[in-house]
Ligand binder design. Structure first.
Ligand code: GRF
Length: 187
């Protein structure tokens, strides 16, 4: 499976997937990184990975469709088969969905359908839950609404920072194992 990671920020999940591929734990080929933020830290992290790192700034396009059409032509060049979202802070629109329907996955820091959208950990604290978690799911047109692939619970810690650290640790394990299973089920 040739996959591209979409990220808007730090890229720690992208790095975990890159390492997993290097170590043979994730049977797939990471063929590029796409970001909507030219200054995202992911570009610093990935500078020595030997794969194309591509920034496409939506601001340079008049419509979401025009932006996604530009992204699509890059994906075609990379011969991408699957899109793996890891902290990509935009909804996937009809243009990309039409082309990659059923082959786009996302990771979200809550037990969906609880706490979709931004700041899922903040939402967990606001609601006073004792358990939250991580969800890997297919992407559809909604906000964190697609069919669920894998989930893991995480106990809420005393501070937000500690909770986020636990969530990240779980994310980095769960994403690679869920994707390896998804892509290599028949073996
Ligand atoms: C992760 O918590 C992920 O679940 C969410 O955004 C965060 C991205 O973190 N969608 P990173 O950029 O991979 O470090």
């Amino acid at each position: 499976v040739r996959f591209v990671v979409f990220a808007s920020g730090s890229g720690s999940n992208a790095e975990a997937l890159y390492q997993a591929v290097q170590q043979g734990e994730l049977r797939g080929q990471l063929v590029g990184i796409v970001s909507d933020k030219p200054d995202a830290y992911i570009f610093t992290r990935a500078k020595d990975w030997g794969i194309p790192l591509i920034a496409v700034s939506p601001k340079q396009y008049e419509t979401k469709d025009a932006y996604e059409t530009a992204v699509l032509s890059i994906l075609e060049e990379l011969q991408a088969e699957w899109l793996v979202l890891a902290g990509y802070m935009r909804l996937i629109g009809p243009t990309l969905l039409a082309e990659f329907d059923g082959r786009i996955v996302n990771i979200h820091p809550s037990l969906l359908p609880a706490f979709p959208g931004k700041d899922a950990v903040g939402q967990a604290f606001a609601h006073g839950v004792h358990v939250t978690g991580v969800t890997v799911h297919y992407v559809d047109a909604g906000m964190d609404t697609g069919p669920i692939i894998a989930q893991q619970a995480v106990n809420v810690q005393a501070t937000r920072e500690d909770t986020e650290a636990c969530i990240h640790t779980v994310e980095h394990e769960l994403y690679k194992t869920a994707l390896d299973q998804l892509w290599n089920e028949e073996r």
